[in-house]
Design a protein around this ligand. Structure first.
Ligand code: FEO
Length: 394
């Protein structure tokens, strides 16, 4: 893909990764992703903002050639993760005069992760600026979106904010700008759920900063650009708020149908009480979809058969994922079946300590559920409904 003009003397020079289906060998990307990089040219300086993942760095270098970049003065790094920084060594090799502009923490991480020579840096800390000849770049550190060194770069005169990963979407699309908000909403929510959610408490102040800057255009490193920033800023305000929705996520699997029978009874009991239910069978789950549903849900139910006294490993994995992503879920319940004994409730509870859930009474059944066990599931559904009513969402 050739460079795409954003404004006079500003181009998108990154790449679209149509085929990528997994990030960090963990995170599903069913719609692919992109690695966005941007080139700015003034009468005096040429500046590259971020690079791309190393396997596609030749496309970036080709785009710089197409734009006849003979000299690169500055390479701004907003984030040290390799999908944006991994191309820096190749760019520095091609442009030996280029200086890497970033904050002290990002400098440290780029040296550690990419072995970039210490004398290649020009450090700018929070609030500091760089004059690039008619235009001013202003740097705002924004730690933990989603690493400690992350920052935003503000092109003052053009009112463009380059946010690094923040507000991005995992979505391979030919659209440079958003054309289909519903499509981008899903990709952005996936990105938030999979990557950003553990740090949501920090984001309010970053959204306030962006409101104060008043960008006309937000250019993230993943997904299309936002010409109407309110779309994504409003979505983030919703996702990071402490408000939960009248939804129960049920993550389950079953070996001999005993647990499945209980789960299906519970699903119907919740529906009967006007609770939205999102069900994930863990035998074939996209953990990204699970993460997306955990963004808003008030309740999480983990359901599993007992394997060697504990939960099935797939249920333990779902618990670990939820624990790591730290959604705002308030209520939890454990449902399961065992043959002769076990510690599933204790183990799943211990695996989800980050969530600070109010645990409702578990329903653990020896073998196959009997009438009294289905009554316990009705009582569990009623307890969920009562909590949702108390929370004002039902
Ligand atoms: Fe897109 Fe944190 O890298």
């Amino acid at each position: 893909m050739n460079p795409r003009k954003i404004r006079d003397n500003i181009w998108a020079v990154g790449t679209i990764d149509w085929d990528r289906r997994l990030f960090d060998e963990l995170i599903p990307l069913p719609e692919g992703t992109s690695y966005n990089a941007y080139l700015l040219k003034t009468a005096e300086k040429t500046v590259l903002i971020d690079t791309v993942d190393p396997p596609v760095q030749d496309q970036l270098l080709h785009n710089l050639e197409l734009l006849e970049v003979e000299q690169l003065d500055y390479l701004v790094s907003n984030h040290a993760e390799q999908d944006h920084s991994g191309g820096i060594p190749a760019v520095l090799e091609r442009y030996p005069e280029a200086r890497v502009v970033t904050n002290p923490k990002c400098r440290e991480m780029l040296i550690d992760h990419l072995h970039i020579a210490e004398d290649r840096f020009e450090v700018r800390d929070n609030g500091e600026s760089l004059d690039i000849g008619g235009w001013t770049l202003q740097f705002h550190t924004a730690p933990f979106v989603h690493w400690p060194e992350t920052q935003f770069t503000w092109l003052v005169e053009e009112k463009i904010l380059f946010t690094g990963d923040f507000l991005g979407s995992h979505l391979a699309t030919s659209d440079l700008y958003i054309e289909n908000e519903a499509e981008v909403y899903v990709g952005a929510k996936r990105y938030y759920a999979e990557i950003m959610m553990p740090f949501r408490k920090m984001f309010g102040k970053y959204l306030d900063l962006i409101d104060d800057l008043g960008p006309e255009l937000i250019a993230s490193t993943h997904g299309p650009l936002y010409r109407h920033p309110a779309f994504i800023l409003d979505a983030y305000r919703d996702w990071i708020s402490d408000e939960v929705k009248n939804e129960a996520v049920i993550a389950y699997l079953s070996m001999h149908d005993s647990t499945a029978e209980m789960v299906h009874h519970l699903i119907n009991a919740l529906i009967d009480r006007d609770i939205r239910v999102k069900v994930h069978n863990l035998t074939d789950v996209d953990v990204g979809e699970l993460a997306i549903d955990l963004v808003d849900a008030a309740t999480l139910v983990l359901a599993s058969p007992t394997v060697l006294v504990g939960p099935h490993p797939s249920a333990a994995y779902a618990a670990l994922i939820a624990n790591a992503l730290k959604p705002k879920t308030r209520f939890g319940a454990i449902v399961g079946s065992y043959g002769w004994g076990g510690k599933m409730v204790e183990q799943l509870t211990a695996l989800t300590g980050n969530l600070k859930l109010e645990w409702l009474d578990p329903v653990m059944v020896k073998g196959k559920a009997r009438a009294e066990d289905f009554a316990s599931l009705e009582a569990l559904a009623e307890a969920v409904a009562a909590r949702h009513r108390e929370a004002g969402i039902l």
